[in-house]
Design a protein around this ligand. Structure first.
Ligand code: G6P
Length: 614
């Protein structure tokens, strides 16, 4: 999520670091910082806000040195402030760290370190790494490998996903970095070595790169790059030549941010879940602090959102009613405040918003609070207005989403609500423990299932070529398939400009069936076992009018192909988790239709990523 740059060589590091961070700006960030080794001391400059603030700061108080690291932060723990910006130092200021990712077990580590006298200056998970390295350093003898060993010993105590980059005063000739899931690329120049989270930051200096793999450490000096595994055994890494231009590099080699973000979904889902399912199979949602009496006495959950977040809420409603046995309502935020709603002190209001800044959602959330409800915000942006105003907070940790059409935020909103519903089901004792255990297992397996669904891309792209010129099409589904149909339809409209409509399958016969004529494509979602036969009957209704039906069904569904023209087969999951997987081929379909039609996919006409006016 965050941007990383590092330099060790013969040139002044600061301008190289700032330029690298500028080239990573497109990814979105909320604060930035650098650390440079100047005359044997580590000097840190960091500031919340845009890079211009950091640039100003370093102009007023310059730092000079040939070794340095830089970071743009996209907050996951702790709001965007100067203190929470990276780099983070240990107690002595002799060790400095930047980090991309999440340290899952940072809370117990932080408590232990504090008990041992370590002083923390930020709310971040990252800072524990600096103190762990400090502790390990103190135990080790003065050898040339002391820094690498200390870093290894420190990270051995952490769990999570990360790329960590470290400078130490005692070893002024090097940068040490470790990768566990979050990307890290090393670039080789003449008498200098760079490192970055993304290729664009390296391109002005070199196209010769080495990819650091999961579970590896890289030790960078001006002349050498050493790659080892986490026990110190050297690993050979061939140098690769990057041929991407700057624009391709920003999109990680994908032609559009939307496609990149669709492919990032397995990672994003892992981040959402990380650290929130404990070993005993309980859900731990750190920011959701509603007391037990409130949760037990709840008589209504009321949810509000706009656009894609609204579709996510429709899934959430179903899950909460099913697992927590609380009546749940969902309102479009733009409608809610004009209908004299019945929400009060025994209602839990839940507002869902990727940006946390959507004007209608904020107004609806405020209205609910004004009427006495406790407010839970489910949002992506740490410290957003919605997050600041809420009583309870559940961050979806999707990472920055740049394409206007939302993809990974939707999936992570679903995962966050599944965890919330499980938690409520556990706390209220309203769901069978075996069901909750099944769902927790299913949740852990979801990133892999979504990864498998992404493999459908080629066949979905062929379908998109077939339907690129249709005038309109329909999406139908029942139960949890219905909100997925709505989201699939919205995706298609947003970026391909093809008219489409989503219908609860049973509702077709009450009007829209009149529009189904020979050759009209109908996408039918059939993942919900308890209404399977009913949906099949609706498929037969449209088939009888000549529709071409494409089903989205589980890979082991043997009977569906008898009723439809084509089947998109998704991995089998628990029916309650199906929306997370079933939407993936529909996102890809919308994307490929839009591409076939030659549209500006990341910036569709008339639409904005964040709508801050009513
Ligand atoms: C805009 C975006 C949509 C998004 C909606 C709500 O319309 O284009 O993708 O779903 O706003 O945004 P939010 O940030 O509140 O989730």
């Amino acid at each position: 999520m965050c941007g990383i740059i590092g330099y060790v060589g013969h040139r002044d590091a600061l301008p190289i670091l700032l330029d690298g961070l500028r080239r990573l700006e497109y990814r979105g960030y909320d604060s930035a910082g650098v650390a440079v080794l100047e005359d044997g001391q580590i000097v840190v400059r960091k500031a919340a806000g845009k890079l211009a603030r950091l640039a100003e700061l370093t102009q007023r108080a310059p730092v000079h040195g040939q070794v340095g690291i830089g970071h743009t932060r996209w907050a996951t723990h702790g709001v965007p402030t100067d203190e929470n910006a990276h780099p983070h130092t240990d107690c002595t200021g002799d060790i400095v760290v930047i980090h991309n990712g999440i340290i899952e077990n940072f809370l117990p580590l932080r408590e232990r370190l504090q008990d041992h006298g370590h002083h923390f200056r930020s709310d971040t998970d990252t800072e524990v790494i600096a103190h762990l390295i400090e502790e390990a350093y103190a135990r080790l003898p003065e050898t040339p490998e002391r820094m690498e060993t200390a870093v290894r010993q420190a990270i051995a105590q952490t769990t999570g996903a990360y790329a960590i980059v470290v400078l130490a005063r005692e070893h002024p000739d090097r940068i040490v970095a470790v990768r566990q899931i979050s990307p890290l690329i090393v670039g080789r120049g003449r008498g200098e070595t760079l490192l970055a989270s993304d290729v664009p930051a390296l391109l002005p200096h070199t196209r010769e790169v080495m990819i650091i793999e999961d579970g590896e450490m890289a030790i960078l000096t001006p002349e050498r790059v050493t790659i080892t595994d986490l026990s110190g055994t050297p690993r050979h890494r061939p140098v690769q030549h990057i041929t991407w231009d700057a624009e391709m590099a920003e999109k990680g080699g994908y032609p559009h941010f939307m496609l990149k973000e669709i492919h990032e979904q397995p990672r994003a889902l892992s981040d959402t879940i990380m650290g929130r399912l404990d070993v005993e199979g309980r859900v731990e949602l750190e920011g959701v602090q509603a007391p037990a009496e409130f949760v037990t006495a709840l008589d209504k959950v009321w949810m509000t959102a706009c656009g894609t977040a609204y579709h996510a809420a429709l899934v959430g409603r179903w899950l909460i009613e099913h697992l927590a046995r609380i009546p749940a309502e969902v309102d479009l935020a733009s409608e809610f405040r004009y209908r004299d709603p019945l929400v009060a002190g025994t209602t839990w209001a839940i507002a869902i918003s990727q940006s946390g800044e959507t004007a209608d959602t904020l107004a609806a959330a405020r209205e609910a609070r004004r009427r006495g409800s406790r407010l839970l915000a489910i949002t992506n942006v740490v410290g957003s207005t919605l997050a600041r105003e809420a009583d309870d907070l559940l961050y979806i940790r999707a990472g920055p989403e740049i394409a206007v059409a939302s993809s990974k935020a939707y999936l992570t909103m679903l995962a966050a609500q599944i965890m919330l519903a499980i938690d409520l089901g556990q706390r209220r004792g309203t769901a069978a423990p075996e069901l909750l255990t099944d769902l927790i297992h299913g949740l852990r397996a979801l990133p892999g299932k979504v990864q498998a669904a992404l493999a459908l891309e080629e066949s979905v792209a062929a379908l998109a070529r077939r339907y690129r010129d249709v005038e309109h099409l329909f999406f139908i589904g029942r139960g949890l398939d219905y909100p997925v149909a709505m989201e699939g339809s919205l995706k298609l409209k947003e970026i391909s400009y093809v008219h489409s409509e989503a219908l609860a399958a049973g509702e077709l016969k009450h009007g829209t069936l009149a529009l189904v004529t020979p050759g009209v494509p109908v996408f039918a979602l059939v993942t919900q076992g308890h209404v399977y036969e009913k949906t099949v009957s609706n498929i037969q209704e449209v088939k009888a009018r000549g529709a071409e039906v494409v089903a989205v069904a589980y890979e082991d569904d043997r009977s569906i192909s008898r009723h439809v023209d084509q089947v998109i087969r998704i991995p089998r999951v628990h029916d309650l988790l199906a929306p997370v997987v079933a939407i993936v081929p529909l996102q890809l379909f919308a994307y490929h239709v839009a591409r076939e039609r030659g549209h500006d996919i990341d910036q569709p006409r008339n639409l904005a990523k964040s709508v801050t006016v009513e």
